[in-house]
Ligand binder design. Structure first.
Ligand code: AMP
Length: 207
């Protein structure tokens, strides 16, 4: 099955993708991660993309298409696409070259997303992630793994979060409209437990 997964930061998108990948073998393909891997390995594409990523800009489509096409063609059992498409050109490229079975939209209000992201914490030393609402450390402020100090990330302040949310809406609006028209969009309530979200996805995909 070929799926596009759309969800605001804080909606649990990454977690849901991982659960689906483990259960059904559909490959979780995240363009952001593909670029980060290329940067780490210092590939030519990675070096080209880094310039844009460091400035917080979208990487030009020709580089994105190259990376996406390779990854999707290798996903034999299907894919869960995350972070792509982010504009109309990318959308056109995708539907021209690949069959999309369903588009899952994890519904979460902006206020809920802000609340969750403001509650995110990370260990300063080992980078393990926590959340003071639903993923607490055993001892407050101290990492369970390495006893390091647990802090809030610099970019998890309200202003930066609001900016990221606005960007998300701008990038996904047309994609959501397009797949709604095609009758492929599935709404999932992301304001429930991880297990309940997963079960709702499975039920609505009829798998
Ligand atoms: P992300 O982890 O999804 O926020 O992606 C990190 C960065 O990678 C973005 O800020 C962009 O610079 C780049 N990127 C990821 N996906 C795309 C895409 N579909 N189109 C263009 N640039 C992308």
């Amino acid at each position: 099955m070929n799926i596009i997964l759309i969800g605001i930061q804080g909606s649990g998108k990454g977690t849901q993708a991982k659960i689906l990948e483990n259960r059904f073998g559909w490959e979780h393909i995240t363009t952001g991660d593909l670029f980060r891997k290329n940067i780490e390995q210092e590939t030519e594409l990675g070096l080209l993309a880094k310039e844009y990523i460091d400035k917080g800009e979208l990487v030009p489509d020709k580089y994105v298409f190259e990376i996406v096409k390779n990854a999707l063609n290798q996903a034999e059992k299907g894919f869960i696409l995350d972070g792509f498409p982010r504009n109309i050109e990318q959308l056109k490229f995708l539907v021209k070259n690949f069959e999309i079975d369903s588009v899952i939209l994890l519904d979460l209000t902006d206020d809920k997303a802000i609340e969750r992201l403001m509650a995110r914490r990370i260990c300063k030393i080992c980078k393990k992630d926590y959340n003071i609402l639903f993923k607490k450390s055993k001892k407050p402020g101290i990492c369970d793994v390495c006893e390091g100090e647990i802090i809030r990330r610099d970019d998890d302040n309200k202003e930066a979060i609001s900016k990221r949310i606005e960007k998300f809406h701008n990038e996904t609006k047309k994609v959501i409209e397009y797949f709604t028209e095609k009758n492929l969009l599935i709404h999932i309530n992301a304001d429930q437990s991880l297990e309940a979200i997963h079960e709702e996805i499975v039920k609505k995909l009829s798998v």
